[in-house]
Design a protein around this ligand. Structure first.
Ligand SMILES: Cc1cc2nc3c(=O)[nH]c(=O)nc-3n(C[C@H](O)[C@H](O)[C@H](O)COP(=O)(O)O)c2cc1C
Ligand code: SF4
Ligand code: SF4
Length: 335
């Protein structure tokens, strides 16, 4: 029928609306239920709280100078773990990709914290870049690396990244959470594991509240877990992206986008490196990549996958207390 909208167009129209809502662009003064396409059941109270928290992501020296906050926490996240942790530690949280968009990176607070996901034991490239560029004024500096399986050398790498940037951390700890590394871990299994995250986070918070000076010894990281049985379903081994100086990866080498793509644009908005575009029938990606996996975990149609294979291509993850739009707001390169 000529006047019938094709299924793909209809899905695209619906998804465009959903994506706009996810980024907050269609939110009006009347409080609506969250239109987050992946976590639809957010309560009004939660939505109001999340909006308030989302706004705090934009805290910047120019806004906070007059009332310099006691504690400022910078974070980078692909799937929400680090944003969740940052928010448990402070009301004043700042996304590192957003901070890097500003010209002036001068921040002052009595306590400054960095919450980052551990990638191959290291801080993500974008976090190390931020530490080098930013001018931070503080009395107490702490770093929390979240990880999912093995953080054996993460603390020494964190100290080294601090040294490279001329910074000395007063407190460094790691925190075991869901492992979002899809080549090796099945998200459906990961979310079932009790990793004592909230108890461990409460201990970290109590330490920081006392401005405790502490560098976690290696053996305190939870021991590495054996690879799950279904790991590396596809035995094609990619060239390892993990090098001494950080991640080396290009999005086009790592990801493949299937015809399930409905051009909703979520990957375009969530990528902190602006690697996605919607020029053709479906999304395409190209460019230097952090390997944060935000794009692949957030795609509502599981249209993005890792070329070399995944433990479970049907399972994706986002921290249950972090709405999709907050990760988009934290990472988007669009104004
Ligand atoms: C590229 C990449 C590398 C990772 N490397 C490690 C690692 O070396 N050790 C580990 O235990 N977890 C590793 N992980 C898991 C993440 O550190 C962990 O899931 C983190 O909490 C994710 O935080 P986020 O949700 O804020 O992005 C890796 C994840 C990615 C995407
Ligand atoms: S690949 Fe991107 S544009 Fe396509 S459906 Fe997934 S998130 Fe949407
Ligand atoms: S392409 Fe995906 S994995 Fe790479 S930086 Fe963008 S969102 Fe992260």
């Amino acid at each position: 029928m000529s006047d019938t909208i094709s299924r793909r167009s209809l899905l695209k129209l619906m998804a465009t609306g959903a994506a706009a809502l996810a980024t907050g662009s269609l939110l009006t003064s009347c409080k609506k239920k969250s239109a987050d396409p992946v976590t639809p059941d957010t309560t009004q109270a939660d939505t109001a709280k999340q909006e308030e928290l989302s706004n705090s992501n934009d805290t910047h020296k120019s806004d906070s100078h007059a009332t310099s906050p006691k504690r400022l926490v910078f974070f980078f996240t692909g799937t929400g773990n680090c944003l969740y942790v940052a928010r448990q530690l402070s009301q004043n949280v700042i996304s590192i990709p957003q901070a890097l968009k500003k010209n002036e990176l001068e921040y002052e607070a009595e306590e400054i914290g960095i919450v980052y996901p551990i990638y191959g034991q290291m801080m993500p490239n974008i976090v190390r870049k931020f530490l080098k560029i930013a001018k931070l004024k503080y009395k107490y500096l702490f770093a929390i690396g979240t990880y999912g399986n093995n953080a054996k050398h993460a603390v020494e790498k964190c100290i080294a990244s601090g040294n490279d940037a001329g910074l000395k951390f007063d407190y460094i700890a790691t925190l075991l959470m869901v492992d979002n590394w899809l080549p090796r871990f099945d998200m459906a299994e990961q979310i079932k594991l009790d990793k004592n995250t909230d108890e461990n986070l409460a201990k970290i918070k109590a330490d920081i509240d006392q401005q405790k000076k502490y560098i976690e010894p290696h053996e305190e990281s939870a021991p590495a877990q054996p690879a799950p049985q279904n790991a590396q379903a596809n035995p094609t081994k990619p060239v390892s992206p993990f090098a001494e100086d950080g991640i080396h990866a290009n999005a086009e080498d790592w990801f493949i986008i299937s015809d399930a793509c409905i051009s909703c644009g979520i990957c375009v908005r969530i990528c902190p490196k602006a690697n996605y575009s919607l020029d053709g029938e479906k999304a395409s990606c190209k460019g230097e990549c952090e390997l944060c996996l935000a794009c692949i975990h957030a795609c509502p149609h599981k249209a993005i996958s890792i070329k070399s294979g995944e433990a479970n291509p049907n399972a994706r993850y986002r921290h249950p207390n972090v709405p999709l739009r907050d990760i988009i707001n934290a990472n988007t390169t669009r104004n």
